[in-house]
Design a protein around this ligand. Sequence first.
Ligand code: AMP
Ligand code: ZN
Length: 477
Amino acid sequence: MRLYNTLTRREEDFAPSVDGTVRMYTCGLTVYARGHIGNFRTFVATDVLRRALRHQEGYPMRHVMNYTDVDDRTILESQKAGVPLREYTGRFIEGFLEDAALLGLEPVEEAPRATDQANIDAMGETIRALDRNGHTYASEGSIYFKISTLPEYGKLAHLDHAGIQSGARIDADKYEKENARDFVLWKATKAGEPTWDPGIGPGRPGWHIECSVMALRLLGDPPIDIHSGGVDLIFPHHENEIAQAEGATGTPFVRFWFHVEHLMIEDEEHGTEKMSKSLGNVFNLADIVERGFRPSALRYLYLGTHYRKQLKFSWTAMRQAEEALKRITDFLARVEALASSAEAGNTTVRQTLDTAAKAFADHIADDLNTAAALGIMFDLVRALNSAIDAGDLTGTDAAGVRATFDTFDTVLGVLCLRRSEDERPPVPVAEIEQLIEARKAARLARNFPEADRVRKELEARGILLEDTGSVTRWKRK
Ligand code: AMP
Ligand code: ZN
């Protein structure tokens, strides 16, 4: 499989370095708010990478995706809410898990929280190792990484060393490339902030140290195979992760850096901009569902653009994604409905399937070109629909067609998601039944506006009611 590597700025052949298992780390959600659909673009792209490596290339995975549950933003928001940090962030971890399941993300092997005691202890050890290797200094109770001690600092983000001010410090977790400074590893205790002391003085971790430490602790000896995140993390987060890990171990940290481009959104005032909580232009998965779309349509929308290109979100694009996905599921339903026949399978159909399967796999192996792979799937649907029209594709071929689409879906993860949505109505069955009873009671009391309101409410939520005599049945819209 060929993968683009941000470190070398080119595509390279990928294979795992140890035991044939892929050791991969993904920067997870900062759990101070519900993840938005921009965040999930990155998580779905990473999930497709995981699925391609696992199901198409056949590698076992050891994949760690963390929760950033202590940083500037989580502390600030938990303080505003008056809720202890771990309890506050726990709520958004639950929300993330719900959304991740709705979008068909495969569970990862390890999902650590930065504040798990084992991670805090390991941060203390790594900072002590950095200190022994001469990469740190202390100031006013905080510990900083001295970037001038690492000549390779800036290799991922291609920093211009002329602009770096030696000795200047920065305490914030996020800052711009133009502001490359000595960054904070361990922040001195402040009143009202949570604090730990893993043997390096009381304080709390800077954001960057958390990921280096969780990756090294849970994935074994460096270099790990793949590290992923959105492009905004290249600097400073990933640059600093490299500095910390390589400064502490003296060994390269990561072989392949995988970065996903942003989900963008049109803004009347500012034009096209990155979807981001700080710009206040975010939609969550719940907003998408509220507008009548299914999570599978959003997953399909993500797949339609190569992960290294920006993706512009719009409701029109959502509608198109829904239509395209429906064309595929309609075709598959048509195949299922073909009567089984005693005829032998059609060799031309078999060849068409094999050619498409090979082309699909080649596009995926070509730096995860999901857009081109979907194109292959569409051409196949068109060709096979014509074959059904012409009577050339019969029930005998159905199993082969199904198997080919199932193979595509091990990587795409969208058709199985759709099927599970079909099995699970958009409103819990018990609630539907309760509302049907409420409507019946309203009708008996001749309160027809109320009965009508209940029917409309269910319809807006994707459930249609059908009355036959005194019996009311429901079905999906
Ligand atoms: P955060 O919770 O801010 O740490 O972000 C979680 C992940 O989402 C990171 O990998 C970010 O790079 C990624 N991300 C944030 N905004 C976007 C966006 N608009 N499009 C794609 N990925 C994003
Ligand atoms: Zn990270």
